[in-house]
Design a protein around this ligand. Structure first.
Ligand SMILES: NC(=O)c1ccc[n+]([C@@H]2O[C@H](COP(=O)([O-])OP(=O)(O)OC[C@H]3O[C@@H](n4cnc5c(N)ncnc54)[C@H](O)[C@@H]3O)[C@@H](O)[C@H]2O)c1
Length: 342
């Protein structure tokens, strides 16, 4: 295929960002924008010079569609993903895959049956320091990964006082399933699948008098082979805050994107250290993840994640951390998501 023909579904904050990235890509053409709030769809379509409609079914004048970008609220992901996959379209889906494991299973089954490319939105994997750390870990720079810890923050959810962040029915949780998703995804990318989860929120708020919503979440994921990952996700820590440390038997990797830095250190047990600074590359992660997705659709070759499978497994870890918070004790992941015996 010469150029991938793309429709963005959901013309809110992320939809506008994704539409801009598609328009700047060398591999694709943005052919349409869809949103039930028609002024939103029309405004974005006018800005980008493409067709618009209230739903994918009503989108006429866009011609054939190769790929769909799903930037709707979480509880709408499946409603768009499943019919799109059934029609043979590739999908880029914002995290999380869905609010529930049941719906996520349905998306996963449709993906498997379709043979199409499916990428989870996860721009944190495309930070220069995270990308390099993943590459070094894959090359064995720290030996066998043993444990890690990660923090992520996004204070804008509270600063905006935006009710959509507090709508547990739409989001399926609070900060853990929001920005916390990135850090759980990275924990899995470095350490593999987990078996047990512990989670706790020290600052829950109640939005409907019933469901506690986590504005800060602290959790631990462990594997039966001893690997361990602890994390904190917070709507109090400032936006862009990301810190990650992964240690293995031959060294450790420290990713630091706090306080306007973007560094990576590779530490060796004898005290040696190699450092990289990615600050000069600027905020390129969203464009980079879209470019790599669109090029993968264009060429039919996908060498990167996270895939639909990763999205399902990350969601399983997150749901188990929430289950642990509810019960006050460790929660085991459902057997099909646990680590393979080593
Ligand atoms: N870095 C990231 O990866 C990142 C950051 C923020 C948000 N997100 C994800 O992006 C998604 C959207 O978040 P947002 O902040 O842009 O929300 P938003 O509320 O700003 O926009 C969502 C839009 O989707 C539209 N919509 C609802 N149902 C729809 C449907 N069935 N078809 C088409 N459009 C529909 C709404 O009218 C709205 O315009 C969420 O899944 C969120 O988790 C990802």
């Amino acid at each position: 295929m010469d150029r991938v023909r793309v429709v963005v579904v959901g013309a809110g904050r992320m939809g506008a960002r994704r539409a801009g990235s598609v328009a700047s890509s060398k591999s694709a053409t943005l052919v349409g924008v869809v949103d039930p709030v028609t002024e939103r769809a029309n405004d974005l379509a006018k800005k980008q010079g493409c067709a618009s409609a209230g739903s994918l079914e009503d989108l006429t004048g866009a011609g054939d569609i190769d790929a769909v970008i799903i930037s709707t609220p979480n509880d709408e992901h499946g409603k768009v993903a499943i019919p799109s996959l059934n029609k043979g379209r590739s999908v880029f889906c914002e995290k999380p895959l869905s609010n529930t494991l049941e719906e996520a299973d349905g998306i996963h089954a449709a993906w498997k049956a379709s043979g199409q490319l499916f990428r989870m939105g996860s721009n944190a994997r495309e930070f220069g320091n995270v990308r390099k750390a993943l590459q070094l870990a894959r090359e064995g720079a720290i030996g066998s990964p043993a444990y890690g810890r990660g923090w992520i923050g996004f204070e804008k959810a509270i600063a905006r006082n935006d009710a959509s962040y507090y709508d547990t029915k739409k989001i399926g949780g609070g900060v853990l399933v929001d920005v916390g998703h990135h850090i759980v995804d990275l924990g899995r990318a470095f350490l593999g699948d987990f078996d047990d989860a512990f989670g706790y929120s020290p600052t829950p708020i109640s939005t409907d008098g019933r469901v506690p919503l986590d504005t800060c979440f602290i959790g631990t994921l462990r594997r039966r082979d001893g690997r361990w990952f602890s994390l904190q996700a917070s709507w109090q820590d400032y936006s862009g805050y990301l810190f990650l440390e992964i240690a293995g038997d031959k060294g450790s990797l420290v990713v630091d994107s706090r306080h306007n830095v973007a560094t990576l250190d590779l530490n060796s047990p004898g005290g040696g250290r190699t450092s990289w600074d990615f600050y000069a590359e600027g905020p390129v992660s969203f464009q980079r993840e879209m470019d790599t997705f669109l090029e993968a659709v264009r060429t039919g070759k996908d060498e990167r994640g996270p895939s639909c499978e990763d999205g399902l497994r990350t969601l399983a870890a997150i749901r188990s951390m929430y289950a642990s918070w509810s019960s006050g004790s460790w929660a085991s992941l459902p057997p099909r998501f646990r680590s393979l015996p080593s």
